[in-house]
Write a protein of this length. Structure first.
Length: 94
């Protein structure tokens, strides 16, 4: 079983990463509305890979990048994260 302090660190880290990604997607949407320099799509895809829940939330809240085919990967990234987290919890509980 994962010790409680380690689990808290993991949860805080994941929450912080997803919040950061959410803010970056929001920032890009704001830049799009103001017609100023944007965050490259490849960077947003990478950010979505490390924080898929924040990316998906921002996509829904701000209706940002929802029509771009490559951003259909974001829910897959979220599923991957859930699988990895579940697998690691099962491994650590042995």
């Amino acid at each position: 079983m994962i010790p409680a302090p380690d689990l808290i660190v993991i949860l805080v880290t994941l929450t912080s990463l997803n919040a950061f990604v959410f803010i970056q997607f929001a920032s890009d949407k704001h830049a799009a509305r103001k017609n100023v320099k944007r965050i490259p799509e490849l960077t947003l895809i990478f950010l979505a890979l490390i924080g898929p829940f924040g990316a998906y939330g921002a996509m829904k809240v701000f209706r940002h990048k929802t029509q771009k085919i490559k951003f259909y990967l974001v829910p897959m990234f979220a599923i991957l994260h859930v699988m990895l987290l579940t697998g690691s919890l099962v491994c650590f509980s042995c």
